[in-house]
Write a protein that binds this ligand. Structure first.
Ligand code: ADP
Ligand code: ASP
Ligand code: MG
Length: 407
């Protein structure tokens, strides 16, 4: 008998028929003698629909109200799954983030989970209930308001609950049957991986492979939760995300990721003095905007620099307004914005011990005429900012250059 946490994504609960299939699968897993907590996302398309409704009323809807609005999507699907389970004769309760004791910081629309008081979930499980949790939400630690965890946040709810309950495994059911060497929607011959390390998955997730939300992998790594990614359409064996082992190091590149949710901002003629970059990036950080690839070019006479960086597209307007204000304050030049950029990246723990990986990547992109606008590297990844229209070409090119279709 095991304690299993399952998470069903939007497509997995996207219709009444899908909800029936999910409820049946939970029932069967329970009948094998397991205890089950299942986290559900909103039905496919629901979150986008709610965002669009709000955008019809306001260009920049208040974030507190957005959280209240968006959290309702997951409440609906959790209640429906629990209703079906009860209908099937399985005792089930649906619970919101608040009812599950999920406390977050107070940052609306991308809150981070701070603590989980799983007492009430535990009591239900002990009473032989299946608990169905509305994913993607919590309660602000000071405000007491509903918060949401950022797009794809139900993954994080699931892994965090698995960690809090010390579950045996966290199964993430989605519309693909595992983690692939690239997004299978873009690369037709992408290969399914049997396992991948937490650190590689964390990079892939942060670089745009939205199959798992990055925070969920962080929780998995920190609390050592085995995460299995698998399909709710086939229920075949999926990909295990776990601790790094010797086999993994042999592989140079494990995967390619792309992220079109990027915009590039540039501020010209910034005085090349200590403290100026700190002022710019402190202001951006104080406004809770995450900055990604940063490039600084110093002019020939060394007196001025241009600073450019990328942010997500949805934060670009906010960052642009801030930079314009800052530019006046620090007596800098023009601020420009380019929304037509994307990031392509290669990831692999083997890079640590194999030189020349970056050069091979730049070479492959150059051969296809893809211009690189900025570069960023870490121990186990190389990322390039390119024009958005070349994204798919770049991903396929890199997949081929590193022969990722072959084992
Ligand atoms: P869910 O609604 O179940 O949370 P998501 O749409 O968030 O599902 O994530 C699953 C999708 O992630 C897949 O349909 C796939 O297109 C995409 N994806 C991107 N990169 C990868 C990858 N390397 N391996 C598998 N899927 C990937
Ligand atoms: N419903 C939210 C989203 O679409 C959270 C999730 O699905 O994990 O981003
Ligand atoms: Mg998702």
């Amino acid at each position: 008998m095991a304690l299993i946490v399952q998470k069903y994504g939007g497509t997995s609960v996207g219709s009444i028929e899908r909800i029936e299939i999910v409820a049946q699968h939970i029932k069967e897993t329970k009948e094998k003698g397991n205890k089950i907590v299942a986290i559900v996302s909103a039905m496919a398309g629901e979150t986008d629909k709610l965002i669009n409704l709000a955008k019809k009323l306001s260009k920049r809807p208040t974030e507190r109200e957005m959280d209240l609005l968006l959290s309702s999507g997951e409440r609906i699907s959790s209640a429906l799954v629990a209703i079906k389970l009860n209908e099937l004769g399985v005792k089930a309760v649906a619970m919101t983030g608040r009812q599950c004791g999920i406390v977050t910081d107070d940052v609306h629309t991308k809150a981070r989970i701070k603590t989980i008081n799983a007492k009430d979930i535990m009591e239900y499980i002990e009473d032989d209930y299946v608990v169905i949790v509305a994913g993607f939400q919590g309660i602000g630690e000071n405000s007491g308001d509903v918060t949401t965890l950022g797009r794809g946040g139900s993954d994080t709810t699931a892994v965090a609950i698995a960690a809090a309950l010390k579950a045996d495994v966290c199964e993430i059911y989605t519309d693909v049957d595992g983690i692939y060497t690239a997004d299978p929607r873009i690369v037709k011959n992408a290969r399914k991986l049997d396992k991948i390390s937490y650190s590689e998955m964390m990079e892939l997730a942060s670089l745009g492979a939205k199959v798992l939300q990055i925070r969920s992998v962080e929780f998995g790594m920190k609390y050592n939760v085995p995460i299995m990614v698998l399909s709710s359409f086939t229920f075949n064996k999926g990909t295990l995300v776990a601790k790094e082992d010797k086999d993994m190091e042999k592989i140079l590149v494990s995967g390619v990721a792309q992220d079109k949710n990027q915009a590039r901002l540039k501020i010209n003629n910034v005085k090349d003095e200590p403290g100026i970059a700190a002022k710019i990036f402190n202001t951006i950080a104080e406004n809770n905007i995450n900055v990604d690839v940063i490039v600084q070019n110093v002019s020939d006479d060394g007196r001025f620099t241009d600073i450019s960086f990328t942010v997500t597209k949805d934060e670009a307007d906010k960052a642009y307004d801030l930079l314009n204000r800052l530019s006046k304050e620090i007596d800098a030049g023009e601020v420009s914005i380019n929304r037509d950029v994307a990031k392509v990246s290669i990831v692999g723990v083997g890079m640590r011990s194999h030189p020349g990986v970056a050069a091979k990547m730049f070479d492959a992109l150059a051969k296809e005429g893809v211009n690189i606008r900025a570069i960023s590297t870490s121990e186990i990844k190389v990322s390039c900012i390119i024009d958005e229209k070349y994204t798919e070409l770049a991903v396929r090119t890199l997949h081929e250059a590193f022969e990722l279709d072959k084992e």
